[in-house]
Design a binder for this molecule. Sequence first.
Ligand SMILES: O=C(O)/C=C(\CC(=O)C(=O)O)C(=O)O
Length: 306
Amino acid sequence: MQFQKTPGWLDWYADPSKPKFQLPPGSVDAHCHVFGPGAQFPFAPERKYTPCDASKQQLFALRDHLGFARNVIVQATCHGADNRAMVDACLAAGDKARGIATVKRSVTDEELQQLHAAGVRGVRFNFVKRLVDFTPKDELMEIAGRIAKLGWHVVIYFEAVDLPELWDFFTALPTTVVVDHMGRPDVSKPVDGPEFELFLKFMREHANVWSKVSCPERLSVTGPKALNGEQHAYQDVVPFARRVIEEFPDRVLWGTDWPHPNLKDHMPDDGLLVDFIPQIATTAELQQKLLVDNPMRLYWPSNELA
Ligand SMILES: O=C(O)/C=C(\CC(=O)C(=O)O)C(=O)O
């Protein structure tokens, strides 16, 4: 099938630089996606955007180029609840990838077992209105109860303004809960203002809540952009990510978000995104937790003990 990209679509950066920051051995890119290729794994009819292709081979090449050992491949909304592209990438990666799926209430136990065998360890609930149609919360809670029995967790994606309304649902989830991109704070507001304080309270009061401190390129208003060798990119995001890492060093994850769906302004150089990490995790100890110890504990617990 031939797909026409959404008008204005920005393709991923084809020739990323080699990071200056050397990742600790065994680092995990804990948030990335594959798109199709559409001819092999068609995009979902209910999708809100049509991306460029971003194949598993291209993801693995980026992983090796940047110096990551492993990936966590998150089902993107353009594939709906058809997890085949993500599963195919996980299987091809062997033990070097884990997956986060999107499932519907109709998923069978056998299908969940197959996803588990492929490396899936969680489901994603997306509340960003431009990305998905509404799913009733009782349906999501039912799914959460079922996947909890497999030892999986729930990844949630929402925008900061929606946290108050979603609070009761999130705090009732029976699993570990991983928040994408710090709950998308408005970084033009103060880091110690009420909006971000509510997010910190969410983490402080609920020890099962983790956060990805990823996507500065999505959150930044002021830049500068991770392009042209910039070593101090996205200054306005730094205090937010630092705050989360320093207060919750054992519950943070980092990911590239490659191939960066729906960026409108610029496409970052992924090598420079890696160079962003030491701005937010400022010591070797914090970097080790963020990039190795935490994701290994969540996604490869038996390897960690080995
Ligand atoms: O890649 C991300 O994490 C963010 C996305 C896309 C997305 O979540 C999806 O399509 O599933 C976004 O903000 O558009």
